[in-house]
Design a protein around this ligand. Structure first.
Ligand code: 8YV
Length: 310
């Protein structure tokens, strides 16, 4: 008998075909649809932003493993999983380059107004006048909040733009390049940066840490880029700072209540909005899916999953 699993978010067709070959896959995570199936589910496959809600946990009494198709574990209550003896796995490393690439893209776009220029041309506005001047990125000061794998990959890329790099993290990172300066205070880092990139993990430890004080420290010429989690930023404060011109611009791939983005941001030409697409390439989603398959097959084969978090 194939183990029964619950797939919460769709994956690439080839990955789903491999799941179907090895498991009986249920595809509705609505509690009311689960009924007695819930007791037969032994694994959940879910996205990093979606995780597993408490009601879903409760509807799956025989759950053995949660395989996250993503690096972030903040949407899964790891303590609760540990107490229930449920394994949790994720897909680190394989998405680092893509997320860092997107951070650079958002930083470039928010500075150089590439998407705004595209809208200007498409709207037929060019023959009627010049597009306003943007801001240079090369040589500017980059602050990175969270120097994990993704933060380091952003810093490495930014070196190509001759940016001056500083970071804040729980402690100085032994993996930081000698020229990257450690700054213990996020607010001071923001004050001393032209661009602040958030690459810190989500969850209670970082919730709303980028609030009014940090945004005001970054200031009217500063740019905020977020490729981590919407929860790290106090979103109403961010919207207010952008509307009032207290913050220069933003490149945002993540939001507090995805897929809902504050509509007040839509008219702003100094804000670049992305639909949580940091890891959304065919190559990376294939590699992430392969890791999910490996984590599951190790678990059901009685081996330690390669990417076990719990
Ligand atoms: C994905 C993510 O969009 O890795 C994460 O934590 O949020 C993203 O890479 C998501 O997990 C896709 O399912």
């Amino acid at each position: 008998m194939k183990p029964e699993i619950l797939l919460v978010n769709p994956m690439l067709p080839a990955i789903e075909a491999s799941l179907d070959a090895a498991y009986t896959v249920h595809r509705s995570a609505r509690i009311e649809d689960l009924g007695e199936i819930g007791a037969r589910i032994r694994a959940v496959v879910t996205g990093g932003g979606t995780g597993v809600s408490r009601p879903l946990f409760d509807a799956l009494p025989n759950l053995e493993i949660i395989a996250i198709n993503g690096v972030g574990t903040d949407a899964v209550d790891l303590e609760h999983a540990r107490n229930r003896g449920i394994r949790v796995t994720n897909t680190p490393d394989v998405l680092t380059d893509d997320v860092a690439d997107l951070a650079i893209g958002l930083m470039l776009d928010a500075s150089r107004r590439i998407a705004a220029g595209d809208r200007f041309v498409r709207a037929g506005a060019w023959p009627r006048g010049k597009f306003p001047l943007a801001r240079k990125l090369t040589g500017k000061r980059l602050g990175i909040f969270g120097l994990g794998r993704i933060g380091r990959a952003v810093a490495e890329r930014a070196a190509g733009f001759r940016m001056e790099i500083a970071y804040t993290s729980r402690r100085p990172s032994p993996e930081a390049a000698p020229s990257w300066r450690f700054e213990p205070s996020l607010e001071v880092l923001a004050r001393d940066s032209d661009v602040l990139v958030i690459a810190a993990a989500g969850g209670d430890a970082t919730r709303n840490l980028v609030g009014r004080a940090v945004l005001d420290a970054l200031g009217p010429d500063g740019i905020l880029v977020n490729v981590a989690r919407g929860s790290v930023v106090d979103e109403p404060e961010l919207v207010e700072a952008l509307l009032e011109g207290r913050l220069g611009g933003a490149g945002l791939d993540v939001f507090a209540d995805e897929p809902n983005v504050p509509t007040a941001l839509f008219p702003l030409q100094n804000v670049v909005l992305a639909p949580h697409q940091g890891s959304a390439t065919v190559e990376t989603r294939t590699a992430m899916g392969d890791l999910v398959l490996e984590n599951l097959s190790a678990h059901f084969g009685g081996r330690e999953p390669p990417m076990a978090v719990v």
